[in-house]
Design a protein around this ligand. Structure first.
Ligand code: E4P
Length: 217
């Protein structure tokens, strides 16, 4: 399973990249705002800065909600860097734009997916990635993992090549459960990746090994 980090924070991206397990980055307008990035020139530069840190795909979301402007904005984003993936919302014009970019060989990520039907439409439109929002479903007492399992089955039934990018991952259990279900990618905060390192038996075991080494050296 690929590990993407879901942030626009350059330090977090650099830390995950340095760990050697990072496959890409996802951003959204809220994450960019959280880092205080605003204004077109600053936003475009920030995407380039992210691409220069990570070896892998970087999702950059369009703001437009109509086909013509999605295409215009998406083409501008895609021209920024070869690692840019055009992120499009799961609305009718987003699906049309996804088909347009897929036909041109430009990578896409269809975002804000909350149902199997939406996932099917994204795959039919040739999306590179399709992002079901696991955490946001859990937030409203709906089983987000069940949605991902349903989409896995549908995609496998027909051999769709669209990758399931489990998004809105919030913790390490989400990561592990996504891996068990067969999600192609997961995207979450740095803590969802570094949290996988932690086990008290690892810490106590290492302390004992070092202590025993010191006794004889
Ligand atoms: C997906 O690409 C989104 O950026 C993200 O995963 C949303 O996560 P959130 O529900 O924690 O905001």
């Amino acid at each position: 399973m690929k590990f993407f980090i879901d942030t626009a924070n350059l330090n977090d991206i650099a830390e995950a990249q340095a760990l050697g397990v990072l496959d890409g980055v996802t951003t959204n307008p809220s994450l960019m705002a959280k880092e205080g990035i605003s204004g077109k020139a600053n936003i475009l530069k920030h995407y380039q800065d992210i691409c220069n840190i990570v070896d892998g795909d970087v999702s950059a979301e369009v703001i437009a909600t109509d086909f013509d402007n999605m295409v215009k904005e998406g083409e501008e984003l895609a021209a920024l860097h070869s690692q840019i993936v055009v992120k499009l919302p799961m609305i009718a014009d987003g699906v049309k734009a996804c088909k347009y970019f897929s036909d041109k060989g430009i990578k896409t990520n269809v975002t804000l997916v909350f149902s199997p039907g939406q996932a099917l439409l994204a795959a039919k439109a040739g999306a590179t990635y399709m992002s079901p929002f696991l955490g946001r479903l859990d937030d409203i007492s709906t089983d987000g993992l069940h949605l991902i399992a349903e989409i896995r089955q549908i995609y496998d039934n027909y051999g769709f090549e669209t990758q399931i990018l489990s998004a809105s991952v919030r913790n390490t259990m989400h990561v592990i459960n996504c891996a068990k279900i067969g999600s192609d990618v997961m995207t979450g905060p740095l803590s969802s990746i570094t949290g996988l390192l932690k086990h008290p038996l690892t810490d106590s075991g290492l302390a004992k090994f070092l202590e025993d080494y010191k006794k004889g050296n």
